[in-house]
Design a protein around this ligand. Structure first.
Ligand code: COA
Length: 181
């Protein structure tokens, strides 16, 4: 079977229209162009994108975190709806956690809708634990947010965990004929 190369790259201002297109497809317009530009300009923000092998302008998924003191605050994790369940979310989360660890950050945290079982299941696979709940956090429907944490990013065994995840993520991708270039 021929595998198609995915490209994982830091996003730049050149990618803004692809970012907005993906934001629209995934969230119906979560952040504005100015919002993404602020992220791209901020030294405390890491914005990663997964590009299709066919076209450099087609963004299949993206993830973002803010470095705040020794914590990575994951603010976005999104895969284009046409490409769900192919392992792309795992690649992105793996890459966010690896980048956070490489930056010397100790732990990662995020908020997720209590009903978002797909995302919660993904986060649990990467060792996130529920630490609390913000009642009626989301203004659109009054839904609660779960607060998840993943600690130990600077423990020596985390490097072995990363290597293990990389193997699993690569195997998952290959089932959908993807590989990371
Ligand atoms: C959450 C999201 C990023 C997952 O992306 P994805 O590429 O489909 O995920 P993967 O194929 O890598 O799946 C990884 C794991 O996530 C979980 N998962 C993903 N989709 C799922 C679903 N529909 N139902 C249950 N579990 C699901 C599973 O544990 C899965 O592992 P498995 O395939 O071995 O069962 C994607 O659904 C998405 O973009 N959702 C909209 C945006 C969003 O909710 N982001 C999170 C905000 S905090």
């Amino acid at each position: 079977m021929i595998s198609l190369d995915l490209k994982l790259q830091s996003l730049t201002s050149k990618d803004l229209s692809a970012i907005l297109e993906l934001d629209q497809a995934c969230f119906g317009g979560l952040w504005t162009m100015e919002g993404y530009q602020r992220e791209l300009d901020s030294p405390n923000s890491d914005l990663l994108g997964l590009f299709s092998p066919i076209s450099r302008t087609k963004l299949l998924g993206m993830g973002c975190f803010w470095s705040i003191l020794e914590e990575a605050h994951i603010t976005i994790l999104a895969v284009h709806p046409q490409y769900h369940r192919q392992g792309l979310g795992q690649v992105l989360l793996y890459s966010l956690l690896k980048t956070a660890s490489d930056r010397g950050l100790e732990r990662a945290t995020l908020e997720v809708r209590a009903s978002n079982l797909a995302a919660i299941s993904l986060y649990q696979k990467f060792g996130f634990k529920t630490a609390g709940r913000r009642r009626r956090y989301y203004q659109d429907n009054g839904e609660d947010a779960l607060i998840l944490w993943r600690s130990d990013l600077q423990q020596p065994q985390f490097q072995a965990t990363l290597a293990d995840w990389y193997t699993k993520v690569s195997q998952q991708l290959s089932k959908s004929a993807w590989q990371l270039s």
